[in-house]
Write a protein that binds this ligand. Structure first.
Ligand SMILES: [Zn+2]
Length: 111
């Protein structure tokens, strides 16, 4: 097990777990059970939600995917515009946060 990401919130950690899964990378979320008692325990790397990959040989791939995530916005589907999946090129309707075709999240590059 290798830690690949420290998230701001358990929801973000689970989102990233889902993104990694869409690339065939198994991961686990740790630290979320401590999140609710934050404030009562010292803030350390052990108390923040984090994402750990199961197969350490996928570490570089996972890092590359998460780097792309960090440079992107996950859009929440609040706009109704058609959008084009960055991964497979299919159109999806605005209310969908993930691609209907490949299941990957809707990302907007900030670059
Ligand atoms: Zn797609």
């Amino acid at each position: 097990m290798l830690k690949v990401y420290s998230a701001q919130h358990p929801t973000e950690a689970h989102l990233l777990k889902g993104i990694l899964a869409s690339y065939g990378i198994l991961s686990e979320v740790r630290g979320e059970s401590l999140f609710s008692v934050r404030g009562e325990v010292p803030l350390t790397p052990e108390t923040e939600p984090s994402v750990w990959i199961v197969d350490e040989s996928q570490f570089d791939d996972a890092k590359a995917i998460l780097k792309e995530y960090e440079n992107s916005d996950i859009l929440d589907g609040s706009d109704k515009e058609l959008w084009i999946c960055r991964y497979c090129g299919e159109d999806s309707e605005g209310q969908f946060a993930v691609c209907w075709n490949c299941g990957r999240p809707r990302l907007r590059s900030l670059k």
